[in-house]
Design a protein around this ligand. Structure first.
Ligand SMILES: [Zn+2]
Length: 251
């Protein structure tokens, strides 16, 4: 898949997970282009140094993940120490619910300075919440977290507006009510259906799976296949709809 840049999120014990990631990259650096980290990983100096070395060695981009309580001003100060690595984007949870006007100005200057994208990611809020946030803060794109969408039953794929603003997918499984798991067979089936609804054909795809032992080459080739299946499903549905409306099928 030429038009997809795959990434992986680092969780938990950061140094340990960073070294596991480096073992994977030694063999398969062709599959991963991006590493996504939580803000707290950047605060500790040994982690920061290890991470910068890793990103530089394998020519990887960085995505910073912000939680609700993370401070944007502190982030921009901290990021100056990351000037040597390409910042691909920033993704945030509910921070957009704070003062929109102030946030808009601040985010626009960060996006311009670092030439990166800034996305809001769905958690438990409704379609309207994200729609409103993106309309009021135009620098924001939409990160569609499929696991959060399943677990919170938000059905955001029904919004044409949100679909049109997707630039990144967060992929993880939901097993027995827990998210950030591997993709089960049931999850993979639902994922094909979901991808066919949003007709996703490119962008950033970050796997957010807590257990880094799941980080295998097959994860990426499996997703490639799911995407091909979803495109087929999308085309078949379109064909069916056209036939129903008496239009000639599209080639
Ligand atoms: Zn996510």
């Amino acid at each position: 898949m030429q038009n997809i840049r795959y990434g992986f999120k680092i969780y938990g014990n950061h140094l340990e997970n960073l070294s596991l990631l480096s073992v994977f990259l030694e063999k398969h650096s062709d599959r991963i282009k991006i590493v996504q980290v939580n803000f707290d990983l950047l605060e500790s100096f040994p982690n920061r140094k290890y991470l910068i070395d890793l990103l530089t060695r394998y020519d990887l981009g960085l995505i910073i993940h912000l939680d609700d309580s993370d401070d944007l001003l502190f982030l921009s100060q901290l990021m100056s120490s990351f000037s040597s690595v390409p910042l691909v984007g920033i993704v945030m949870h509910g921070a957009v619910a704070r003062s929109m006007k102030e946030l808009n100005l601040h985010l626009s200057s960060i996006a311009e300075h670092y030439e990166c994208f800034i996305s809001v990611e769905n958690t438990k809020h409704s379609t309207n919440f994200y729609k409103k946030a993106i309309k009021k803060t135009p620098v924001l794109s939409f990160c569609f977290d499929v696991g959060h969408n399943w677990i919170n039953k938000t059905e955001l794929e029904k919004s044409k507006f949100l679909i049109s603003r997707i630039n990144m997918l967060h992929i993880h499984g939901v097993i027995k009510g827990n998210d950030h798991e591997r993709l089960s067979r049931k999850n993979r089936k639902s994922l094909v259906k979901l991808l066919s609804r949003i007709s996703f054909d490119g962008g950033v795809v970050v796997f957010e799976i807590k257990n880094i032992f799941y980080l295998k080459r097959e994860v990426f080739s499996e997703f490639d296949k799911l995407l091909v299946a979803s495109r087929r499903e999308y085309r078949e549905r379109e064909k069916g709809q056209n036939a129903e409306q008496g239009h000639p099928p599209l080639n």
